[in-house]
Design a protein. Structure first.
Length: 439
């Protein structure tokens, strides 16, 4: 791993030899430190992970798996991959773990391409109701390759899944696989009911828990591996706080097929610097402090949702049961999601525009925005900060075209953020507050 002095030396070399890229890197550090990320798929990774990503593992090709590589010089790459797999199996109580996927989309594609034939029927969540592009969106390659049948949430029942309707759909279409998981669904899933329906129609089960993988690891949300799911996929950043990457967890009967689907089926050599970072993040997730962190993420989400609702914001599903919430900006503020996103950007609060269930507006100008609390929690923010952020957001959205009001909110947000440094960016300066010890 690079030492602090070697990292400083490398930054100095970058500044000298490519000042344009160095300036962009420095600007991004300043942006992240001065404002707050509330995009639920984003987080601040550990300084140790940043060290691994910039380490000499970047230099190494490691096609294959531990003990079965195609190139020599693998004694240390084998160590980190074995450690990552062992920690993943321990945390998620699964029989096999593949830690090589480069990110979430190829991770999911590797499962589909392994277990399905082109044209097979798959039951997945509708994109506008919270599903992901890789869950059968028509614009995706996977959406074109398979016959996707989509289920929806029930707005009349606080956005919960209507399992009677889902069972009816499954019996009618006889899917080969049922996929559950979400990218913008503020509730938890009843994995037991999904598994029961899948068993009734003879379907495979896959849960994409990319958003809540860290919350499952922290023991505060239910684990689909405990319900006998055939496949569970998760990214390793988001609530896990690791590097950008993915993992496939599966029953041992599918181990060989999954490993072959990832390599050589889907990709070449894994990014071993990222695999090292995954191992580090999983090691952190095994500590008691991570359970405290995961609980605080959920508590913070409840506090933020309560503040927004009390101030007149309309939340999809009426609240949240996880780390995220979706705000219907047209219903609450008579503005669309793009206007809301831009207004919050101007006050140093980063969110993303988001479709709402059966949104009549296009994806680039949808009706809502999506918010999440993992990154704010990582910086050590708690319930009081969530109440303040919620209040500032309400003010910015109500006065989105008032530059003076936005300037006041921006100053308040940035003043608060100075007291909560980003890990790896000045976290040791001036005794500032930060995340819990070990996290």
């Amino acid at each position: 791993m690079p030492t602090a002095s070697s990292q400083d030396h490398n930054r100095a070399l970058l500044a000298e030899n490519d000042p344009e890229i160095h300036a962009a890197l420095s600007g991004e550090e300043a942006r992240q430190a001065s404002g707050i990320e509330l995009i639920p798929s984003e987080n601040y990774t550990y300084p140790e992970v940043l060290a691994a990503l910039g380490s000499v593992f970047t230099n190494k090709y490691s096609e294959g798996y531990p003990g079965r590589r195609y190139y020599g010089g693998q004694e240390f790459t084998d160590v980190i991959e074995r450690v990552a797999r062992s920690r993943a199996k321990r945390i998620f109580r699964c029989e096999h773990a593949n830690v090589q996927p480069l990110s979430g989309a190829p991770m999911n594609a590797a499962v589909y391409l392994c277990m399905l034939e082109p044209g097979d029927t798959v039951l997945g969540m509708d994109l506008s109701h919270g599903g992901h592009l890789t869950h059968g969106a028509p614009v995706s390659h996977m959406g074109k390759l398979y016959n996707w049948v989509r289920y929806k949430s029930d707005p009349s029942n606080q956005g919960r899944i209507d399992f009677d309707e889902l069972r009816k759909t499954a019996r009618e279409h006889k899917p080969k696989m049922i996929v559950c998981g979400y990218s913008s669904y503020p509730r938890d899933y009843d994995y037991n009911e999904f598994k029961r329906i899948a068993d009734e129609v003879g379907a495979l089960t896959m849960a994409d828990v990319s958003h809540i993988g860290g919350l499952i690891a922290g023991g505060v949300m239910s684990n689909p591996c405990d319900y006998g799911f055939d496949f569970v996929t998760t990214t390793t950043h988001k609530s896990m706080r690791g590097p950008r990457g993915g993992m496939i967890l599966c029953k041992k009967e599918f181990r060989r097929e999954i490993d072959k689907s990832v390599f050589p089926g889907m990709q070449g050599g894994p990014h071993m610097n990222a695999v090292a970072g995954v191992a580090i993040a999983l090691g952190k997730a095994l500590r008691p402090e991570f359970q405290t962190y995961a609980r605080q993420v959920l508590d913070n989400a409840q506090a933020l949702a309560k503040t927004l609702t009390a101030g007149g914001a309309a939340l999809v599903t009426g609240g949240t049961e996880n780390h995220m919430m979706v705000v219907d900006c047209i219903a609450g503020f008579a503005i669309d999601g793009r206007v809301a996103e831009e207004a919050l950007d101007r006050v140093s609060i980063t969110c993303n525009k988001q479709v709402i269930p059966d949104d009549p507006n296009p994806p680039l100008r949808p009706s809502g925005i999506r918010l999440g609390t993992p990154a704010a929690t990582t910086r050590g923010m708690g319930l009081l900060e969530m109440e303040r952020l919620g209040g500032w957001m309400l003010e910015a959205l109500r006065h989105h075209d008032d530059e003076a009001a936005l300037a006041r909110v921006k100053a308040a947000v940035e003043d608060m953020c100075r007291r909560f440094p980003v890990p790896g960016i000045g976290a040791e300066q001036d005794g500032c507050a930060g995340p819990p010890a070990g996290i």
